[in-house]
Design a protein around this ligand. Structure first.
Ligand SMILES: [Zn+2]
Ligand SMILES: [Zn+2]
Length: 190
């Protein structure tokens, strides 16, 4: 990787390059392609929900009793690219994930679930996706990849925590000083 590309990558990851590059789509994105095929009517049999903003489909290598991915249709690189203005999106992704998982187990009000995001560079696909699980993990050791232990937050972030942080940042920004300050303020670094 050239020095410039490396610098850009670093700057993007830390939020110094914002907005303009946020939704820039890489030349190939497996999730954009998958979602595009579905929209074109080529059903691959994995989608369980579609609306104008979000889709939900089964993970191709399920790690739990139920394992869905909730994605925005529009390309957003990762959880690290989310800004306070995306608080509603993050909340909606969580609510939809809960709905889809709960729908599969109507007779289990005490169903154990988990919802969260891999944080780059620990994400597998560079298109924002929230993992939605009905537990247990199968086999159980797969839990490690989606651990919500406090020490593992740098790699996998609980969806509730991410949504709450964005909401808090949005509320703080709305109440505060001028909106379009210098680069860097109001930027939540996830
Ligand atoms: Zn994409
Ligand atoms: Zn992931």
């Amino acid at each position: 990787m050239g020095l410039i590309a490396w610098g850009t990558e670093l700057a993007t990851r830390w939020g110094w390059v914002r907005e303009a590059s946020r939704e820039e789509r890489p030349r190939t994105c497996v999730f954009c392609e998958k979602i595009g095929r579905q929209r074109a009517g080529v059903d691959d049999g994995t989608f369980v929900h579609e609306d104008d903003e979000l889709v939900v489909f089964r993970d191709w290598r399920p790690a739990a009793r139920r394992h869905y991915l909730v994605c925005p249709r529009a390309h957003v690189a990762s959880a690290s690219a989310l800004r306070p203005a995306d608080a509603a999106l993050a909340r909606r992704m969580l609510e939809l994930g809960k709905e889809c998982v709960a729908r599969d187990f109507p007779d289990e009000p005490d169903l154990e679930t988990r919802f969260g995001y891999h944080i780059p560079p620990f994400n597998s696909v560079d298109h924002l996706h929230m993992h939605a699980f009905a537990l247990p993990f199968t086999p159980p050791w797969k839990e490690r990849k989606y651990s919500v232990e406090p020490w593992a937050r740098f790699a996998f972030k609980p969806a509730e925590e991410l949504a709450a942080e964005l909401e808090a940042a949005a509320a703080a920004g709305a109440g505060g000083e001028g909106q379009d300050g210098a680069d860097g303020d109001n930027t939540s670094r996830l």
